[in-house]
Write a protein that binds this ligand. Structure first.
Ligand code: S3P
Length: 180
């Protein structure tokens, strides 16, 4: 399959929604870059996300996140961006994404996400499912505010989500399928 991507796409959603998996798979058929905001921050600061949380706390991490998103959003070439689950916590981030691309929410609550997360140690805000579920519901209005489109990933494999994303993007004119 070969796809032409017309606009930068930001994938948002709670931890374990499968943003990075879908983004990477899609990048291969689009022949474009998949930029992972968390990896960008880790490379930029030379530290793991958990170390950043230990050193500067969540508020410091959020500042790094906005700085990273701002840099990523400046590219003139359409690209696929996988965002950390808390990107929508900062209003400025929602503004940056909306001004520079299209936002797709991969809907997944914490219970659903927990099945996909193998190593919870790498996620400082996902220590137990009950607390994470509370956080998910607190954030839900923000995901909804930020999203141009929403795909429900509940009990779906990443392969199925990937195909649903492609179908939706094609219907909405965000991509052209050049070769199927
Ligand atoms: C976070 C989600 C993580 C990462 C950090 C904070 C959050 O990204 O950015 O641990 O606040 O939901 P993933 O959604 O890729 O796990």
């Amino acid at each position: 399959m070969k796809i032409k991507l017309h606009k930068t796409i930001y994938f948002i959603g709670f931890m374990g929604a499968g943003k990075t998996t879908v983004c990477r798979k899609l990048a291969k058929v689009c022949g474009c870059e998949c930029v992972d905001v968390d990896f960008y921050i880790e490379r930029f600061h030379g530290k793991k996300i958990s170390e950043i949380f230990d050193e500067v706390g969540e508020s410091g991490f959020r500042e790094y996140e906005t700085e990273a998103l701002l840099n990523i959003s400046k590219s003139n070439t359409p690209r696929l961006v996988s965002c950390g689950g808390g990107i929508i916590v900062t209003d400025e981030n929602i503004r940056i994404m909306k001004n520079s691309g299209i936002v797709i929410h991969l809907y997944s609550d914490a219970k659903n996400g927990a099945r996909r997360i193998s190593n919870k140690k790498t996620r400082p805000l996902f220590k137990d499912v009950k607390k994470a579920q509370k956080l998910f519901f607190q954030r839900l209005p923000k995901y909804e505010e930020a999203a141009d489109y929403t795909i429900d990933t509940t009990r779906k494999t990443s392969g199925r989500v990937y195909h649903e994303v492609i179908d939706m993007m094609s219907e909405e004119g965000l991509i052209d399928i050049i070769e199927s």
